[in-house]
Design a protein around this ligand. Structure first.
Ligand code: ATP
Length: 294
């Protein structure tokens, strides 16, 4: 009996995988995993993740998202088709026509997004937390209060308006196409400009620091009309300038009286004066200590 048991134990021992080969296998696996544990590889992964995070932030909420989804679907279908089936003509078409066409089409289609991404890389005030524009803090506070008060009064009177506040990206090229005013910003002046049938009431006003730089300014229209709401031209112009620069646009709808703030291609609507003031102050990086003077 004892002899049979010991024979069985020897047999099991003989059939067990060799411990040395297991150790070798673990070593090989560790060698393979080694690059991932390498701090340089971790840094590499971190930087790539940050680039993707930043890119997704730049295109979030813009028309680039459905376009990219379309490209993705096309890519997946074409890779799946050409790897599963030996479709030579399709493979040729993909390699020689569609891929080069995409390389040309991407910079054209994503021109505003690419421009915005490069501009945001070059901006330093955002990173350093400094206030925008050359104006000092008290001038910017005057602007925040003046624009918010004017928006509220225009909204109550059902007058449409578009006010664009310049930040780090210069808007001179747009201002030059309008009527240069370079006047101290004041609520009555803004109301006067947008008063229906006044000579400068059409199009937009550009504000630089605490001055109204120009009125009657034609802005680029956003191509983004795939959003949840179909935008009219005033709102598309506000979105357009915020896609092409870091400016902040404040829109008052003539139709509904709704006040919207547009920044970085994103629109927040149905604001009241207080909410608009605090959003503007946040974006211009100024601290509001007290209620505005009436
Ligand atoms: N390219 C542009 N740049 C600046 N303002 C523009 C531009 N195109 C149109 N506008 C302004 O938009 C006004 C027309 O607004 P429209 O009714 O089409 O848009 P909306 O977004 O529905 O605005 P609202 O809600 O005020 O009606 C024009 O009278 C003009 O003042």
């Amino acid at each position: 009996m004892r002899e049979r048991l010991s024979r069985r134990a020897v047999h099991r021992w003989n059939n067990m995988p060799d411990i040395r080969s297991i150790l070798e296998w673990i070593n090989r696996l560790a060698d393979r995993l080694n690059p991932f544990v390498d701090p340089r590889a971790l840094l590499d992964i971190g930087i790539v993740a940050l680039i993707f995070y930043w890119l997704l932030g730049v295109i979030r909420g813009t028309r680039a998202v459905p376009l990219l989804r379309g490209f993705g679907i096309m890519l997946v279908i074409s890779i799946a088709l050409s790897s599963v089936l030996p479709l030579e003509t399709l493979r040729w078409l993909l390699e020689n026509a569609i891929q080069p066409a995409l390389i040309v089409a991407i910079p054209v289609l994503f021109q505003p997004e690419l421009r915005r991404a490069l501009e945001s890389l070059g901006r330093t005030n955002d990173l350093l937390g400094r206030p925008f524009s050359r104006a000092n803090r008290s001038e910017l506070i005057d602007t925040v209060n003046g624009v918010s008060r004017a928006a509220q009064q225009l909204s109550q009177q059902g007058i449409g308006a578009l006010m664009v506040i310049e930040r780090e990206t210069g808007l001179q090229e747009y201002a030059d196409r309008g009527v240069i005013l370079d006047a101290r910003l004041a609520v009555p002046l803004l109301l006067n400009i947008f008063y229906p049938n006044a000579p400068l009431h059409d199009m937009a006003v550009i504000v630089r620091g605490n001055r109204i730089l120009a009125a009657n300014v034609v802005l680029p229209l956003s191509e983004d009309i795939v959003g949840p709401r179909r935008l009219g031209t005033r709102h598309r112009a506000a979105k357009g300038i915020s896609e092409q620069s870091d400016a902040i646009a404040v829109v008052v709808s003539e139709e509904t009286g709704a006040i919207s703030l547009v920044h970085d291609g994103r629109m927040v609507s149905y604001l009241n004066e207080a909410r608009l003031r605090s959003m503007l102050a946040g974006l211009l990086k100024v601290q509001l200590d007290e209620e505005p003077k009436t």
